[in-house]
Structures are given as structure tokens and as C-alpha cells.
Design a binder for this molecule. Sequence first.
Ligand code: HEM
Length: 147
Amino acid sequence: MIVGRPQIARVYVWLTFLVAGVVFLQGFLFGAFYSEGDSVFIDAHGIVGELSGYFAILVLIPLAFRAQFPRETRIGWWTVGWVALWNVQVHVFGYGIEDVRWFEMIHIPLAIFLILSGMYLATRAHQVVRTGPTSGIPVSPDGSDAR
Ligand code: HEM
């Protein structure tokens, strides 16, 4: 099995890396807010989080399915889960912090989880585009299952 639309799959890979990398920017914006005490930084942190969440819904999910990754990789559905978690981070454990202070104790570890899982997802998709799925199922040169 091979990727049906490799060009779209490559765009998906780089955009997924980009969105996962937003966590670094978020950490930087929060750090600036913490050290400068200027609310403009935490406002920007909220806006970046919200816009990247909408971007992920509108762009990453459709790309993940349109790329036609091999069905057994389930990259489309893993993307849906990851993007859903990103938006939970924004709307529950992000904006919710103002009312429920301890959400911070979930928000920061969840940010770390999102960057690691996002990088893993993008790397896995990249590997599939380059070499086909490496699930232990041999793939013959014509793309058919070689078992
Ligand atoms: C997936 C990445 C992230 C997203 C989507 C995100 C999103 C948000 C949102 C929407 C808010 C509410 C902002 C507001 O009230 O205007 C928030 C608050 C906050 N974020 Fe993040 N964030 C992310 C990563 C991080 C990281 C890496 C850190 C720390 C290193 C962090 C620390 C905080 C803290 C402490 C608050 C509460 C600020 C306060 O109201 O005192 N966030 N975040």
C-alpha cells in the first residue's frame, strides 16, 4: 500500500510539524508574560492557541484524509484525536485557567505531550510517504502486500 496523493501528504507533514512547533512559541509568550507582567503577551498566547486550533481543524484534518495514507496507518483518525486534544487545551485547560487555577497543572504537561505527539505524528507520516508503512508488513515494489 502506498500514499495515494504524496504531494498533499508532504504538505500535511510540514504543516503538522509547524503546528506542533507552535508550542515553543506558546512557551516563549508565556515566559514573556511571566517576566514582563504585560498582559499583551498572555493575550497573544490565547490568540495564537485559538487560531492554530482552528487552522488545525480546517486544514490539517482535511489534508490528513485527502492525502490518502494507507488505511492501516490511521493517520487521518490520529490527526482528528490530536487536533481535538489541541482544542481541549485551548478552550478547557487554557481559557479555563482563569476560573479553575489548578488547570495549569494539566495545561503545561499537556503542552509537552502535544508537541511530542505532534512531532511523532508528523514523523510517522513522513516515514510513510518516503518508504511506505513500516508496520512489519512487507511491501513489494508494485505496492501490493507481499505476504
Ligand atoms: C499547545 C500549546 C498551547 C496552547 C494551545 C495554549 C493555549 C492557552 C490559552 C488559550 C490560554 C488562555 C489565555 C487567556 O486567558 O487569554 C492559556 C493560558 C495559559 N498558558 Fe497556555 N497554551 C499552550 C502552551 C503553553 C505552554 C507551553 C505554557 C508554559 C510553558 C503555557 C502556560 C500557560 C499559563 C500559565 C496560562 C494561564 C495564564 C494566566 O491566565 O495566568 N501554555 N494557554
